[in-house]
Ligand binder design. Structure first.
Ligand code: ATP
Ligand code: MG
Length: 326
């Protein structure tokens, strides 16, 4: 039997290079051998999004990104979290096997408290419980995510052990699946590329926007003058360049020329921007095709929710019996 994959992302903006190289690339590749379930986690977005005016638009835009990147809605289930409300039922039950201390000591929780001190809501504390419910409702064994999600996956596994010990073997411990680039840095070259930090290059950015953002990016921070030798090992642009290029000879040449100060950062950024624009051209093209048929995209999500509901109903039947809910 095929294994099952689950992953999700918050509809807080369009997807960026970090999402792509850290997660979406695996979403696409895993479709070959797994039954895949990909979810727009709108409830999770509400933990930090106060103004929901754009929630529907961001949901649509994110799904466009996924489809354009190669997620096949015939093969995989693509749906919106809130369209299958059983996840809330499972989250409630999982909450009972989750000591509060596990949640409040998580570094991801502490980061959020720092980011939004005036909005430390109950949902924010429960974020990992809802995430575990997502994964377990669909009985996924494999979860493709970036490495910022490692602690959430670990806590999911602990919840499985607790749940099974208390109520009997219902769930298996899911495994995290990283890409070879599990943590992409942002344009600042130091923090994780992240929607909430605004240091991203979005997959759907226009060529002009890509060029503008690349030219503003931080390279080797120690290289101040054009004549200084550069160090590609610590240059985020070089790291990104290696991800989009398969021309090893050209990359080696850039590496040498940078170290000897034969090319400067501006020159290298120009080359990289040009290649990135070209690399994303097919993506932009497919995305436009889907964008011109919004009804078809919402139909994909409706169909995805129907298929997801079938799995969710089976799991909840089993959970209710195990917990002995009357
Ligand atoms: P937000 O700031 O709203 O949390 P985000 O940019 O962190 O947004 P998410 O929607 O939280 O994006 O993440 C979606 C997926 O992309 C997750 O699997 C996450 O681990 C992965 N991911 C996000 N940022 C990066 C990154 N910089 N490098 C690698 N993977 C990433
Ligand atoms: Mg995030």
């Amino acid at each position: 039997m095929k294994g099952r994959v689950f992953s999700g992302a918050r509809p807080t903006a369009r997807q960026h290079l970090g999402n792509y190289f850290g997660a979406i690339r695996n979403y696409v590749a895993l479709q070959k051998d797994y039954e895949c379930v990909y979810c727009v986690v709108d409830f999770h977005a509400l933990t930090s999004m106060v103004d929901t005016t754009h929630l529907r638009e961001y949901t649509f835009e994110m799904v466009l990104d996924w489809l354009a990147a190669g997620i096949d809605p015939q093969r995989s289930i693509v749906f919106v979290q809130s369209h299958v409300p059983q996840v809330l039922e499972l989250a409630t039950i999982l909450g009972m096997v989750t000591p509060l201390g596990w949640l409040t000591r998580l570094p991801t929780f502490k980061d959020k408290v720092r980011e939004q001190p005036d909005n430390v809501n109950y949902g924010l504390v429960g974020y990992p419980v809802l995430m575990a419910a997502d994964i377990l409702l669909y009985k996924a064994d494999t979860v493709p995510v970036g490495d910022d999600q490692a602690s959430h996956l670990e806590i999911t596994r602990e919840m499985v052990r607790r749940f099974n010990a208390r109520y009997g073997e219902v769930f298996a411990e899911p495994q995290m699946k990283l890409t070879e680039a599990p943590r992409i840095l942002g344009l600042d070259g130091s923090a994780k590329m992240s929607k909430s930090l605004g240091n991203t290059i979005e997959l759907a950015d226009s060529p002009e926007e890509i060029a503008r953002k690349v030219m503003s990016a931080v390279t080797d921070p120690a290289r101040q003058y054009r004549t200084d030798p550069g160090n590609p090992d610590v240059c985020n642009i070089f790291t990104l360049h290696k991800l989009i290029s398969s021309d090893d000879d050209a990359l080696e040449q850039i590496d040498r020329d940078c170290r000897s100060a034969d090319i400067g950062c501006v020159e290298h950024k120009r080359m990289f921007a040009e290649e990135l624009i070209e690399y994303l051209a097919p993506f932009r093209q497919i995305r436009e095709q889907y964008a011109s048929r919004p009804d078809a995209v919402w139909d994909i999500l409706r169909d995805g929710a129907e298929r997801a509901r079938v799995i969710a109903a089976q799991t909840m039947e089993e959970v209710r019996q195990a917990v002995r809910l009357p």
